[in-house]
Each structure stands twice: as C-alpha cells, then as structure tokens.
Design a protein. Structure first.
Length: 766
C-alpha cells in the first residue's frame, strides 16, 4: 500500500477513536446516556488502536514508517580523496542543476568526459555540499560490469534494510521504496541508456547523477556537464595541494613539465603526486631523467608514475593488460611472471599502494580482488604494445591459460592442507591467510559439486587464522558462516573454532558444550585428526572447570591417536603435549608440566613448528612464574616474544609481554613492568580480545597501585570491568568491581596471579 495512503487511513482510525470518546463523554455529562456508553466508547477506541498497532507491526500499515524505515537513511558515498581543483565553475553548475525542480520525476544530471577526468570526484563534492537537501540519504553504485538487477538489489537493500524481506521483483520494490522520498544517487561509470533507465525512480523529488564517457542520448536528462582537462596552472595547483613539497618551488620548470606530461587529467596528476611523495629525496630533474630513459609515450599521461615503478612492477603492469577484464588476482601475476605466491601478493599490493589498481573486499572472508583503473589500463595496453614483443605476449598468455586449467582441476581441501595449515604451523601467518583467501576464491570460481563443502572448509580455515591473530569478531563471523553451510566435514571445525572463542571470552560451560558437539560431529564425519584437535582443546576447558578426570581422558585418547599414526601423529603430538601441560599446571603439578613443555619444545623444533614453539615458551614462562623461578620466567617470556615478533604475530607477542610484565610485578619491579603491560594492552585493544584486554588492564592497575598512582589504577580497573562485562564474564567482572571499590593492596596472591585466569586468557587459538 502507498505510504501516504497508509498514513491517511491510520489518521482516520485515530480520529474515529477520539471522536467516539468525545461524543460519549458529552452524552454522559449532559445526562443523555449512562456511564456504560463512555466505557463502550473507550473499549471501541482501544480496539481501533490495537488494530492499527497490529497492522503496523505486520506490514507497516500505520501512517508512520517502521522504526527501521524512520532511522534508515543510507549514507553510502565513498570518501572523497583530495581536493577538487579547477572545477569551481563545473561545481557551481552542478549545484545549480541540483536545485532545479523536477517535472514529475527525479532530476537527472549527466557528467561526461574521458577516464580520469574527475567525473566521480565532482559528483562526490557536490553530494557532500548538498547533503542537507536530500534528507532520505545518499546512494552510490558502480555500474561497470554489473546488471541492472544486481544494482537494484543493492539499492533496495540500502533503503529497506538488510533484515527486511525484499520483493522478488526488484524493480517493483525500487519504485515503491523511492516514492515520496528525497535522496541523491550517483550512478558511476554508466555505459548504456537501458541500464540507467531501469535504475531511475518512477517519480519523486530525488536526484540522480550519472557519470559516463559519452552522453547517453536515450536517458531523459535535466542538465549536462562536460568536463575538460585542467589548465596547466590548475594542474600545478592540484599537484601542490597533494604534495606541499619545496621541490615544486625549487624546480619550477621541471614541475611544469611534470604536470604537462599529465595533460591536465586530474587522475594522472594525483597518481604522479603519489609517486613523487614516496621518493622525497629525488629531485624533479632526476625524475624526468628517469622518464626520458624509458621513452615517453605520445600523450602518455602516466609516464612519471610508470618511470618511478620498480622493474618488476612495470612488468606486472604491462602483463595485466593481457587480461580480458580489469579485475585480477595475484595468481595471475604468479602464473605470467613465474614468481612465488608471496611475491605476487607483494607486487599487487604495491601497485594498489601506488594508486594504479584498486583493492576491494566483498564479504566477511576478506577475499580481495584487484582492479586496474580504466585510465591506467589504457596506458598499460599502449606500453605493452610498444615494449613487449608479440612472441613474449603469446608466451605469457599460454602460461596464464595453463595456470587457469591447472587451478580448475585443483582440490581445494588439499590446497588448504598444503598452503594454509602447514604454513600456519610454521608461523607463516600472512601467507596462510592469503592462501586461505585464494582457496575460497578458487572454490567460487570452480563452482564444483563440492562447492559448499569446500567453501565451508575455507571459511573454517580463515576463522582459525583470525582466532590465532586475536581477531575475535572476525573469527566468530567466519566460523558461523562455515557452520551455516551445514556440511558434515565442515561442522566439527566450525564448532571447534566457536568453542575456542567462547573459552577465550568467558569461563562458563558454553565452551565445553560446544566442543562436545564438535566431537560428536567429528565422529559422524569419521575425521580422527579433527577429533584430536577438539580433544586437546576440550581437555583444557575441562581442566579449567575443575573436571580433571574428564580432561585426563581426553588427553589419553588424543595421545593414543598420535602414537598410532606415527609421522602424521608426530605433528599433532606437540599440541597434545602442550594441552596436557596446561592441565597439569591447573592441577598444580608444575614440575610435570615443565617436563612436558620441554619435550614438546624439542619436537616442535624438529618439525619446524615455529608457532607452537612461541606458545610453548609462553606456557613455560607461566609455569616458572608459578614456581617462583622469576628469572627463568622472564627468559622464556622474552624468548616467546622474540619468536612471535619474528613471525609478525603481534597478538602472541602481546601475551608474552603481558606475562613478562606480570612477572616483574611479582619481583617488585612495578616501574619496569609498565612499558610491557602498556604495549600488551594497546595490542589487545586493537585485536578486540576483551578478555585479554581486561587482564592487561588489571595488571597495569596493580602496577600503578604499587607505584602509588591510585587515579591511574582506578582508570585501568574501570576498563577491566567494562571489558569483562562486555564478554558476559560477570563473575570476574564482579571481582574486578570489588577491587575497584576498595582498591585493595595486592600481593603475590593477587588476582593477576590466578593460574586458571591466566591459562584461559593466554592459551593459543591453534
């Protein structure tokens, strides 16, 4: 039903209820009726209002939008980067056009011009300045390579809300939602009139800005703005606004030539500025010498950017022009150049940093796609034709075709074992993360009969990596994505990861129940290696809950598997021994725990399991602290910190620093502990691990209390209480609150020294 009609009917209902009460009251006051008339009128009014409320809850039948509609004002414009220089007249014309009155339909304004001329920047600048004229929001859609239905689905979702059902007919839903609204939409990089016409609201007072290379004659247009290249002085002003560099004033002739090369194309000027900014020690004369050595192209607006790339980057840029689409993945570079996967990622990231390609992610998995800018792609094609012989181009295409065929036949599960889990155990965290994302991209491209299973396995792998890195929310979302696929081989891994996260966040029995479900799912899938991984985690949880017999049984079963499988079990044995050491620590058997950890450390070294070596050193430091051997505790904590730092594992290093700082507190060296504890806290805040964050804050509070800084101690305790309660850990939150109330003076038996708390918060995700 039309929004305005719903409002009229709702108001009529309210009026009818009010009139009934007024008339009944008048009759009673004038003794023309008994009190029963007033009571009946009141009941009638309540019934009418109840009907209105029920209809409102059911289908927004009330005159007022639902709470989601009232509050849902999309603000989807991308951030504007840099200044809009030399476009004041165009901006004034665009603003004037947006102030026009529509003639029964939306205002439509076309901004035309070649790639890189600044169409999008102008549209965003106008949208930012006139945001107040469009109270129902701002939308932005990139049209290139997308169907009208896909774009409509996105815009309907933005206006209606992600949790509300969307009409199967997106066009109908779009017309209904836009009727009576006043919003601004930017349709970027339009190529044909048909697509644009399908995206225009049927009527209303909204405004649509369309950017396109050529004027779309079949689109009803209220105003047209054609962009021209910048004047040389304007281009120089744009470059100066980006750099604020004395080189531009010290070498004016060279600066003028550099902007002349860009030919007044704003994108080329901006990319040139970015390239110059990363080489502040290079004189502009030296830059131009580099350009001349590489044979400038006629009209080559990106010659300066190209000249300042490294040789591998220039090769990559040329080869990317061989692809049939602007989008690419690092494996394309790996195939054509014969480089390693890690090198390909580095090249792609460096090109993105230079602004020559865009890096995008589409979902919670963070699978990146890279896209060459249109202006850059045109330039790369010209460089390819001049600098690369046809025979070499054909060879690169053949390598690419062979790689595509090979990828199509690869087993994603095998790739996860080889390129993700093996790397993770070795501590190659970034490579493992990129490997998991690449497997997910491969699964989506293959679309095989096992796609759901393989996608779930990739999600679960990504969840484990994020848990290892301390990214709690990302890990939870990924594990839930895996669990929703309801695949037999995926479910146990997803549940194990969720149980681990529950254990990290809160000490209640939820983690144990989730891990038991994971164990049952592993049995159903006949996945014994996964069962061992679940058992070692379950043993730690059971021990923390004081169920040591159950923990011993879990360890025993896991050990039996490791001894049966020999080589395969050897890699699992390290983790099982670590788990047994944690159980013994909780039992107070620190000598036995120390022996287990020593042997596990040796095995991890033999298997090049560097990630495990870091966590084992961390646990050894904790065991030594409990035993009163503070010097060895500090030594192991420093050793673990060094291992994690070498691996680029900030989360693991933060745990070791926290433990080292707590050991210094035990030694009465509160001032020395501050730097370690503050650095650990900063890392945990960034990662989002609120449980570890709370423990670091409590340790800092104890240090400040020992130093007599009661105000600082209170602030850290407030942070600890907030962090613990945000995880649902009410028991420990209440303990922290009690300490906050009394600011008791802690000693060696302080809360920070509770082994159960420390083991729970500082155990590895793996």
């Amino acid at each position: 039903m039309d929004f305005r009609l719903r409002r009229i009917l709702a108001n009529l209902l309210r009026a009818a209820a009010l009139v009934a009460i007024i008339v009944a009251t008048f009759m009673v006051v004038n003794h023309r009726a008994g009190w029963w008339i007033l009571i009946a009128a009141g009941l009638n009014a309540l019934i009418l209002l109840a009907i209105e409320f029920w209809q409102a809850r059911k289908s927004d039948w009330s005159g007022w939008p639902s709470s989601r509609h009232r509050l849902l004002v999309p603000q989807e414009l991308p951030p504007q980067i840099g200044k809009v220089v030399g476009r004041q007249t165009d901006l004034d014309n665009l603003e004037a056009a947006l102030h026009q009155r529509s003639h029964g339909g939306p205002l439509v304004i076309q901004i035309t011009g070649p790639a890189g001329i600044g169409k999008t920047a102008l549209a965003l600048a106008a949208a930012d300045r006139l945001a107040g004229r469009f109270p129902d929001g701002q939308l932005y859609e990139m049209l290139e390579g997308r169907s009208a239905r896909e774009i409509l689905g996105d815009m309907v979702g933005a206006l209606k809300g992600p949790r509300e059902a969307i009409d199967a007919n997106e066009a109908t839903a779009w017309r209904e939602l836009t009727r009576g609204r006043r919003f601004l939409a930017i349709l970027d990089d339009a190529a044909d009139s048909q697509t644009v016409n399908q995206l225009l609201p049927a009527r209303g007072s909204s405004a649509i800005i369309v950017t396109c290379h050529q004027f779309l004659t079949d689109v009803r247009t209220d105003a047209r703005i054609d962009l021209r290249p910048l004047e040389p002085s304007e281009a120089l002003d744009l470059l100066d606004s980006m750099l604020d560099d004395p080189r531009l004033k010290d070498e004016p002739a060279q600066a003028q030539r550099i902007v002349d090369i860009a030919a007044g194309i704003p994108l080329a000027v901006c990319l040139t500025g970015a390239a110059l900014a990363v080489r502040p020690q290079w004189s502009l004369d030296l830059v131009l010498q580099r350009v001349d050595r590489l044979a400038p192209l006629p009209g080559g607006t990106l010659d300066v950017c190209y000249a300042l790339l490294t040789s591998p980057e220039r090769t990559a840029l040329r080869q990317l022009a061989l692809l049939t689409t602007a989008e690419f993945s690092p494996w394309h570079l790996q195939a054509m150049q014969g480089m390693t996967e890690s090198e390909a990622w580095q090249i792609a990231d460096r090109l993105a940093h230079a602004g020559l390609v865009e890096r995008r992610t589409k979902d919670v998995a963070g699978v990146p796609t890279f896209r060459m800018l249109e202006h850059v792609r045109s330039y790369a094609l010209r460089r390819l034709g001049i600098e690369v012989p046809l025979a070499e181009q054909d060879r690169a295409k053949a390598l690419l075709t062979a790689a595509q065929e090979a990828r199509a036949s690869k087993d994603p599960a095998a790739l996860l074992r080889a390129n993700v889990y093996t790397r993770l155990e070795k501590g190659q965290l970034l490579d493992a993360l990129n490997g998991a994302r690449d497997v997910l991209a491969l699964v989506r491209a293959q679309r095989s009969s096992n796609a759901r299973r393989d996608e779930g396995l990739a999600f679960a792998a990504l969840a484990e990596i994020h848990a290892e890195l301390g990214s709690i929310e990302e890990s939870w979302d990924l594990a839930m994505s895996a669990l929703r696929l309801d695949e037999r081989e995926v479910t146990p891994r997803a549940l194990r990861c969720l149980g681990t996260l529950q254990f990290m966040m809160s000490p209640n029995g939820d983690a144990q129940e989730t891990l038991r479900r994971a164990l049952a799912a592993a049995n159903k899938a006949a996945d014994r290696p996964e069962r061992v991984r679940i058992l070692r985690r379950l043993a730690v949880v059971q021990a923390h809950l004081g169920r040591f017999k159950a923990a011993d049984a879990s360890i025993q079963e896991a050990m039996e598997y490791c001894h049966e499988r020999q080589a395969a079990g050897h890699r699992q044995l390290v983790g099982v021994m670590w788990a047994e050491a944690v159980v013994r620590t909780l039992q107070g058997a620190t000598t036995e725990a120390a022996g287990l950890l020593h042997f596990a450390h040796v095995l991890a070294g033999q298997g090049d399991l560097r990630l495990w070596r870091g966590w084992i050193d961390h646990q050894r430091a904790y065991v030594c602290q409990l035993s009163g051997d503070y010097l060895d505790s500090r030594r192991f904590a420093l050793q673990g910190t060094d291992t994690f730092t070498d691996l680029g594992h900030r989360y693991g290093a933060a745990h070791c620093r926290l433990l080292g700082g707590m050991t210094l507190l035990k030694m009465g060296r509160a001032r020395d502990s501050l730097a370690l504890l503050e650095e650990a806290l900063a890392t945990f805040v960034t990662c989002g691990d609120m449980s570890a964050n709370a423990r670091a804050a409590i340790a800092l509070a104890e240090a400040q209390q020992q130093l007599g800084n009661r105000g600082q101690a209170k602030r850290h305790l407030v942070l600890a209480v907030s962090s613990l309660e945000s995880t649902g850990d009410w028991e420990e939150g209440n303990k922290a609150r009690q300490i906050l109330r009394g600011l008791k003076r802690w000693g060696n038996g302080s809360w920070t020294g509770d082994p159960a708390l420390a083991v729970r918060s500082m155990s590895p995700a793996q």
